[in-house]
Design a protein around this ligand. Sequence first.
Ligand code: FE
Length: 254
Amino acid sequence: MIDIHCHILPGVDDGPVTIQESMLMAREAVAEGISTIIATPHHRNNKFENKKNQILEHVSEFNSLLDKENIPLTILPGQENRIFGELLEDFQKGEILTLANSDYLFIEFPTSSVPRYANRLLYEIQTEGITPIIVHPERNKEVLNNPDILYNFVKNGILTQVTAASVAGYFGKSIKKFSLQLIENNLTHFLASDAHNTTNRTFALNEAYNLVENLLGIEYVYLFKENAEFLVNNQSITLEIPQPIRRKKILGLF
Ligand code: FE
């Protein structure tokens, strides 16, 4: 299994602090059935900065450690970019890293909003031949309140990644429900762990896949697992036609 979103590198962000903690995560990943992880440190999220070259160095160091310890896990380089106005300029400067050297790029929105310039910026990224993947849209308040924002992005060829723990219910009932709606409506293309540690932000990938299989059908499981492979190989992923989320106004929940 491939995990395309994970904070496993030691001491670079709010993931593991020590090498020992990273190793614990690595062992847990292997136990979970994961063979390949894209390490995606936070970049420019107001707290952490991890430029391309620094990440590449960390990844190769960590891979040597895994090798030494005989842990059957491969780390590929990636980056979780908080959206910012000069992202494309920084990309051209060589500070931004796509996922596993592919033409897919992680973009994170702030927790509560979708910046007004997102539309234009994502389009400009696309015109550079890069496909943006919006990470965990299910945890963004503005998207949760108005899913049509996401529908319009996906309709325009932008991809999204839902977090396994969201599906499993670790971020609460409404985020779980919304995650399943995103999957059902073809508004997401990848499931990934976004794991940060082995305690409160773990992998939960199998748990999420089992839930998806039981609630929505095994075809989604195949689709997501295959898409992760396509991404790592820089191939086109499978796109289903997205549907807007129509909410019944019962109980005044939304
Ligand atoms: Fe993350």
